[in-house]
Design a protein around this ligand. Structure first.
Ligand code: SAH
Length: 504
């Protein structure tokens, strides 16, 4: 499948800066299901076109599918349209190839992403539920839509048109970031199939990428349902969150053109309420919020952190644990999410800081809690560096953004306490991904995201630590990127999920 993006903005070759892809070079990268090639069929000051050619491996796709379902369909690779149809594969490739542009960042020309450009997009080919759907999806966003149909068989005109179309979109002035985001969300919506397992983070992706424009879209219900098509349970809550966010935004819906960089999503905060303070990770989170110049509503720190906490809470939820530890619980944001899971019978929050615990008690309104609820939670002061019998007998433990606050030479003590002595069945450890730091504009090389961080690990360093810990204490470990992946540097945050290997 082929996607081209053209502009006549002057100089048109600025498209290369925006996409972070040099017009003079052919670039290829591995993407889900195959390879993406990026090249520029034309690159002059008057007109520039970038092309993304997605070359999927039909045999590989079928193998992957057979593996997942347990049985293959031997002929599927010969009849499967996946390699040729724009779908979630193209979305995944767009995000990997043009993630930085989608996030509205341009290293060399920082103001360029805010610029509205005349843009033309061509997608070959799209499979749509009906020829009116591309219009219903793209016209409300201001695009001029043209659909090139092809007869199913030119020699038998009465068979009508094929269900595959070439889609042409034109816009007189839109940020490239918006166009990429629209394509990212709407191409899989047009397509019937969805190639990969849809997890709860699909809902987060939709809120993140669609938050700035979807609430005003007349087809938001259809878009949300189709985007989350195998996840009926997520559709209504996601729509509610989109719309609640919209209501709270005030009377004037945000204009996709004028919206600032932070305005891309809504998320429930730790109380489960959608608020202005709880937007999902914006394009380029600068974790520090230096100088506090960012208004609370767009404080990227809150956003990225909320995303993390929700992810951890959801992972914990899936294990249906009865007793959960939050180690280094800080002000209790995760505790609040955990309290909302009725199946958890008991939650213990521990922190070394008395001040943090007092704040947690206040935020959770412990003193006003009904007695039955109050028996579900305790807060204790303690250090993760010392043996503590109170930590034994738990099904799951979370250490969210805690390890990097310890001197590296204390990690062995923490390891002994958590994995050697307390030994919860599952442990979730999150920490910043240092590989990603180069994308934080305000962070100089070698600096950390917070003054109190003693270290920040690359993905390789974290993986090495986690694997060694797992091996020493008989746990399995899985590493997960948290937040939107960016080509070459990964996601802003990383998590290790440990599961105890049970002796038989
Ligand atoms: N998990 C919380 C807070 C992260 S900040 C959240 O995600 O919001 C790190 C926390 O770890 C701080 O509250 C700090 O007081 C706590 N901490 C640092 N060293 C600790 C130690 N040795 N034992 C227990 N908690 C510690």
């Amino acid at each position: 499948m082929l996607l081209t993006i053209s502009t006549t903005y002057h100089p048109a070759t600025d498209l290369g800066y925006l996409l972070h892809k040099n017009p003079a070079r052919l670039q290829s990268l591995e993407v889900a299901g195959g390879q993406a090639h990026i090249f520029y069929p034309e690159a002059t000051a008057e007109r520039c076109t970038a092309a993304l050619l997605l070359d999927l491996d039909p045999i590989g796709l079928v193998r992957g599918r057979a593996g997942a379902s347990g049985e293959g369909f031997a002929l599927e690779q010969y009849v499967n349209d996946r390699p040729y149809v724009a779908s979630s594969f193209l979305s995944a490739a767009l995000s990997k190839a043009f993630g930085t542009a989608m996030n509205g960042t341009c290293k060399d020309k920082p103001d360029l992403p805010t610029q509205a450009l005349p843009l033309a997009v061509k997608v070959a080919v799209v499979s749509a539920p009906g020829p009116d759907w591309p219009r219903r999806l793209f016209e409300p966003l201001g695009y001029e839509v043209e659909i090139e149909t092809t007869p199913l068989d030119p020699t038998v005109p009465e068979w009508g048109d094929s269900r595959y179309y070439t889609l042409h979109l034109r816009h007189e002035g839109l940020r490239l970031q918006d166009v990429l985001t629209h394509l990212y969300v709407l191409l899989p919506v047009l397509d019937n199939d969805k190639h990969y397992y849809i997890g709860e983070h699909e809902a987060e992706k939709l809120l993140h990428r669609g938050g700035g424009w979807l609430p005003q879209h007349p087809e938001r219900g259809f878009i949300t349902r189709r985007y989350l098509r195998y996840l009926a349970a997520y559709v209504n809550p996601t729509l509610e969150r989109l719309m609640e966010g919209e209501v709270l935004e005030g009377a004037s819906p945000p204009d996709p053109l004028s919206e600032g960089r932070g305005g891309t999503g809504f998320a429930a905060d730790e109380t489960g309420q959608v608020s202005n303070e709880s937007r999902l990770a914006p394009p380029l989170p600068s974790e520090r919020g230096p100088g506090g110049e960012a208004p609370a509503s767009t404080d990227p720190k809150t956003s990225l952190h909320d995303q993390r906490l929700q992810r951890v809470a959801h992972e914990i939820y899936q294990l249906a644990p009865k007793r959960v530890l939050d180690l280094g619980c800080g002000e209790g944001k995760l505790l609040r999410l955990l309290l909302r899971q009725p199946k958890i019978e008991y939650i213990l929050g521990m922190d070394v800081s008395h001040q943090a615990l007092a704040r947690a008690a206040q935020r959770l309104h412990l003193d006003e809690m009904p007695p039955r609820q109050r028996t579900r939670i305790d807060l204790i002061q303690g250090s993760l560096l010392y043996r503590d019998d109170r930590l034994a007998g738990f099904d799951a433990a979370a250490l969210v953004e805690v390890i990097e606050h310890l001197d590296p030479n204390r990690l062995a003590a923490l390891e002994a306490v958590v994995f050697g002595q307390a030994r919860p069945a599952h442990v979730f450890v999150t920490t910043p991904n240092a590989d990603y730091n180069q994308l934080f504009e305000k962070l100089n090389a070698g600096e950390f995201r917070h003054d109190d961080h003693r270290f920040e690990w690359s993905r390789a360093e974290f993986a090495a630590w986690a694997t060694a810990v797992a091996e020493r204490h008989e746990y399995q470990v899985r590493l997960v990127g948290m937040g939107e992946e960016v080509e070459g540097v990964g996601a802003p945050s990383q998590m290790a999920v440990f599961g105890m290997i049970k002796s038989v």
